[in-house]
Design a protein around this ligand. Sequence first.
Ligand code: G3P
Ligand code: MG
Length: 255
Amino acid sequence: MWPYPRTVAHRGGGTLAPENTIAALRCGLAYGYRAVEFDVMLAKDGVPVVVHDVDLGRTVAGSGAIPDYTAAQLAAMDAGSWFGPQFAGEGVPTFEAVVAYCKQQGIWMNIEIKPAPGFEVETGEVVARLTRQYFAAGGSLPLLSSFSTAALEAARAAAPELARGWLVDELPDDWLAQARTLGVVAMHCDHNILTRQQVQAVKAEGYGVFCYTVNTVERADELLGWGVDGFCTDRIDAIEYMEDATEIRGQTRRV
Ligand code: G3P
Ligand code: MG
């Protein structure tokens, strides 16, 4: 059974706030979301920060790449203005700050390990080690996930007790063999290229199915009807947060 929330706010607040910022987490919470997905990458000093793109320019004002700057430098940058002038003060938050906020507010986390090229093993190791440390005193354990199998292997080596999901675009033909090798608990799939038969096959082998990124109630209903366990969404304003894993399939609520 899927022990996690069914609906997860993508990058903090979906498309309603500057992605992967504390403001995004606040926004998700304001819409009733108590589950979040965000992306974690290492800064120059090895400190993990929450950001999606390796290169600055789209969401973070400036040039260069995340591994060119320390976490303190990134925290002082502007990761909010691209979305709206009222977010001008938002910096790139550290992983530590985001986890602290989520723990304080009771927000469950799907932590996507998003290594800059060449940093796969280091990022997986650091994120898993710190996650273990942050939850040593208890709390609802996050689900780690990554497209990078090297990062997933490193995360397992560092903290094998932390559950991991494998992010894929198209479900590979040999997904089962690879999932067994990686020791993951779930497949995280692009719902646009996922079939009902694939969902059934993954579920039949005892793995969870998580989808990204589902933005309409109709599609959410359809996927849940196929047996999909959970999904992240950019439209936290259109799809109501669902906590209870025992809710009846196909009852995604409109807001
Ligand atoms: O974890 C699901 C989703 O976030 C994966 O794609 O590019 O939005 O990080 P991306
Ligand atoms: Mg992501």
